[in-house]
Design a protein. Structure first.
Length: 70
């Protein structure tokens, strides 16, 4: 039985490309047909995947001093 690959070698540019493609696919699904249940499920799955990708990012925070965002 095959096993899943748990190690991926993707660059930041690769992830940007994946995110852009997912956003384009999500927007196309929204614009095409929001009435169908399959389209709604597809949009929800894409949105959830984009959220998981976002949550895995490490954002810059200074080591010293207060963090000022914005």
């Amino acid at each position: 039985m095959p096993k899943y690959n748990k190690t991926f070698e993707l660059s930041v540019e690769d992830l940007d490309l994946i995110e852009d493609a997912l956003r384009a696919s999500k927007n196309a699904a929204i614009n095409d047909d929001l009435a169908s249940k399959a389209a709604n499920d597809n949009v929800r799955q894409i949105h959830d995947l984009l959220g998981r990708l976002h949550n895995q990012k490490t954002f810059y925070r200074p080591a010293k001093g207060p963090y000022v965002g914005g």
